[in-house]
Design a protein around this ligand. Structure first.
Ligand SMILES: Cc1cc2nc3c(=O)[nH]c(=O)nc-3n(C[C@H](O)[C@H](O)[C@H](O)COP(=O)(O)OP(=O)(O)OC[C@H]3O[C@@H](n4cnc5c(N)ncnc54)[C@H](O)[C@@H]3O)c2cc1C
Ligand SMILES: *[C@@H]1O[C@H](CO)[C@@H](O)[C@H](O)[C@H]1NC(C)=O
Ligand SMILES: *[C@@H]1O[C@H](CO)[C@@H](O)[C@H](O)[C@H]1NC(C)=O
Ligand SMILES: *[C@@H]1O[C@H](CO)[C@@H](O)[C@H](O)[C@H]1NC(C)=O
Ligand SMILES: *[C@@H]1O[C@H](CO)[C@@H](O)[C@H](O)[C@H]1NC(C)=O
Ligand SMILES: *[C@@H]1O[C@H](CO)[C@@H](O)[C@H](O)[C@H]1NC(C)=O
Ligand SMILES: *[C@@H]1O[C@H](CO)[C@@H](O)[C@H](O)[C@H]1NC(C)=O
Ligand SMILES: *[C@@H]1O[C@H](CO)[C@@H](O)[C@H](O)[C@H]1NC(C)=O
Ligand SMILES: *[C@@H]1O[C@H](CO)[C@@H](O)[C@H](O)[C@H]1NC(C)=O
Ligand SMILES: *[C@@H]1O[C@H](CO)[C@@H](O)[C@H](O)[C@H]1NC(C)=O
Length: 535
């Protein structure tokens, strides 16, 4: 009975898919393709970068930057075409023609969006793929760099390190993450306590707006520049490049990973970490990761392992002395400390073995590539010891979700909350990340692991920020609320907008209304326009 219902359903699904793809070719693709041709510059023909489902490489181009295998499914809606822009004129043509035809555009740089919204939509859509636009020009003399959005963080780090071992940039740890989404969403990394976020170190940008104009910071104005440095650029236009300010790093940095299980007093040490992690010297960053393991290899009894993973901007001697003063409970020893260059420390943090060549930063193959669900929270007060014990019990029941605390304080507490759309500054001990990964394909497995992640998030409710329950845009989470055609009102967008941006949501809406009044740039969680704001 069940089986036959399923068979009929899938037959209908197949028929429906055919109907959709035929409708696609006849009614939408052809005029769109023709419009693109019409707006193509003969010296940079757009046909060379347009992939329709007809093209033999369509699937491989589509899959190349799908960085969450949860969306590499036959049931995931596919684009009518993909434009792998090589030139500004390709982007201008894409915007002008998509507006004219009424086809939804998704912009993809590195494809790491946790909910896959840069390459999927329930509405008919196409992808503007930016991976070809990836040049990086580093100028050590004035400590800046222009970086195109299709570059990866690893490429940015490598190009800096190639010219100087005392310069760096405070962005995320995973080298395959793309500049476009990461910078525009307010990316953070393990130097944020010392230097703030990526967006605190961006000095200029180039964007193509809804009218196809190429603007820089001066011509776009401060509101739009502000919005695309933390508010997510996908509500505002297509960013081409950012100009970043490099920061100083010592020639030698120190890393360590110290692990303790519940049997090794992890509860006491985690409790203490919550009191010191955001107050330590700004040169110390200690991430705390907690996950379920077997008590021993002979036993399937479960415990929690806590890993304290650190980057210190200095040598091990100073680190040991600082840790002895401020966090002796961790029991850090000289033998735990590994000195290396800053570029090598990125590879260490990504999980590569010591001695991995630095040019591995140039690899575009993610480590690892899996199915994943993430959520986020902010911690304002230490979780009491009995609260920690409660969470450990629940984690052991759920088994799979991993909890990671990234400490704030330092510069993060100094920079005013309205400086950038990212509002989570003073008053936070840390950001909390919930992560579940799995290897099975299919909706059933996904629903199971999504549920586990949501359950753990639910158990944490008493301990984390409230009204709003804050969330981090770059850990995009469609559980917070969605509007498939883009939000239609201030209130609809506020459902997630207040959690991501708090009071800064208002200025984001005003800016959106000014620069994209007809809401061309939209997605499930974009910023709405507001009729009453229109001038
Ligand atoms: C393995 C992994 C590790 C991560 N580590 C970190 C970390 O250490 N720190 C951190 O802060 N975050 C981290 N993230 C999250 C990451 O910063 C975000 O997912 C980021 O948005 C990814 O950027 P992207 O260009 O790769 O993604 P995409 O999926 O290409 O884009 C993400 C969003 O930005 C929009 N967008 C992309 N390019 C442009 C553009 N040129 N113009 C306008 N809009 C654009 C897209 O439309 C989409 O809405 C990590 C993610 C993964 C998967
Ligand atoms: C493309 O240009 C041709 C010739 O100028 C014109 O007839 C046609 O309507 C245009 N099509 C689109 C979709 O812009
Ligand atoms: C897509 O296929 C057509 C022929 O079917 C070809 O002319 C075109 O160049 C292909 N596009 C790309 C980007 O290869
Ligand atoms: C796809 O290919 C078929 C036949 O090869 C052709 O008739 C059709 O126009 C093509 N469609 C697109 C969108 O390129
Ligand atoms: C994505 O799915 C396709 C089709 O099932 C498969 O061939 C491909 O290997 C998958 N990609 C990855 C990275 O697993
Ligand atoms: C870097 O410099 C080259 C050569 O001058 C230029 O073509 C390219 O556009 C520059 N890239 C950026 C991101 O500014
Ligand atoms: C745990 O704490 C107790 C009491 O403070 C102490 O005696 C014991 O040595 C600690 N164990 C470990 C493994 O650190
Ligand atoms: C823990 O024990 C279970 C049951 O014996 C086993 O299946 C699993 O692989 C073990 N996990 C690890 C990480 O060793
Ligand atoms: C740690 O600090 C104590 C005093 O607070 C001192 O006696 C001890 O020598 C220090 N140890 C190290 C390794 O610095
Ligand atoms: C997870 O699944 C269980 C069992 O089906 C259900 O009771 C619970 O409400 C779900 N929780 C969440 C947060 O989705």
């Amino acid at each position: 009975m069940r089986t036959s219902t399923f068979a009929i359903d899938s037959l209908f699904a197949v028929l429906l898919l055919h109907a959709v793809s035929w409708a696609t070719c006849d009614s939408v693709n052809e005029p769109f393709l023709q419009c693109l041709e019409n707006h193509s510059n003969p010296s940079d023909p757009i046909s060379a970068v347009v992939y329709t489902p007809n093209n033999s490489s369509y699937s491989s181009v589509l899959q190349a930057y799908m960085r969450n295998l949860r969306f590499n499914e036959s049931t995931t809606p596919k684009p009518q075409l993909i434009i792998t822009a090589l030139h500004e004129s390709h982007i201008q043509a894409a915007i002008i023609c998509a507006k004219r035809i009424g086809l939804e555009m998704r912009i993809r740089s590195g494809g790491h969006d946790f909910e896959g919204i840069s390459y999927s939509s329930v509405n008919p859509f196409f992808i503007l793929d930016m991976f070809n636009l990836r040049s990086i020009n580093v100028s050590i003399s004035d400590a800046t760099a222009w970086v195109q959005v299709g570059a990866t963080l690893g490429e940015v780090y490598y190009r800096i390190a190639e010219k100087s071992n005392t310069h760096g940039f405070p962005a995320g740890v995973c080298p395959t993450v793309g500049v476009g989404g990461h910078f525009s969403g307010g990316g953070y990394g393990n130097m944020m306590r010392k230097y703030g976020l990526t967006v605190d170190n961006i000095v200029d940008a180039q964007i193509i707006d809804v009218n196809g104009r190429i603007l820089n910071r001066e011509s776009m104005g401060e509101d739009l520049f502000w919005a695309i440095t933390g508010g997510g650029a996908s509500s505002y236009g297509v960013v081409l490049a950012y100009k970043i300010k490099l920061v100083v790093v010592p020639a030698t940095v120190t890393v360590f990973t110290v692990e303790r299980t519940l049997q090794q007093n992890a509860t006491d040490i985690v409790y203490r970490w919550q009191q010191v992690a955001d107050k330590l010297d700004e040169d110390i960053f200690i991430r705390l990761r907690m996950y379920v393991v077997n008590v021993s290899s002979e036993s399937d009894e479960k415990t929690i392992n806590t890993a304290f993973i650190s980057l210190f901007l200095g040598d091990s001697k100073r680190l040991l002395s600082l840790m002895n003063q401020s966090f002796p409970e961790l029991g850090l020893k000289q033998t735990d400390c590994i000195e290396m260059t800053w570029a090598q420390s990125i590879l260490y943090w990504t999980g590569f073995p010591i001695g991995t060549p630095v040019n591995t930063l140039l690899s575009r193959i993610p480590q690892p590539l899996t199915h994943a669900k993430l959520k986020s929270d902010y911690l304002k007060e230490p979780i009491p010891k009995d609260g920690l014990e409660y969470i450990w019990k629940r984690m052991i029941e759920l088994e799979r979700p991993v909890l990671t605390f990234n400490p704030y304080g330092g510069q993060m507490a100094e920079i005013p909350a309205s400086d950038k759309p990212f509002p989570h500054r003073a008053g936070n001990i840390c950001k909390i990340q919930y992560l579940t990964t799995w290897s099975e394909d299919g909706v059933e497995a996904a629903n199971h692991y999504l549920n586990l992640t949501r359950m753990l998030h639910g158990y944490m409710t008493p301990y984390v920020s409230k009204s709003p329950r804050e969330a981090f845009l770059n850990y995009r989470d469609l559980d917070l609320g969605i509007n498939h055609n883009g939000p239609n009102s201030y209130t609809e967008g506020a459902v997630y907008g207040i959690q991501y941006f708090k009071d800064n949501y208002h200025r984001l809406v005003q800016t959106k209304t000014k620069v994209d009044p007809h809401n061309f740039f939209r997605n499930e969680q974009s910023i709405p326009t507001l009729p009453s704001f229109r001038k």
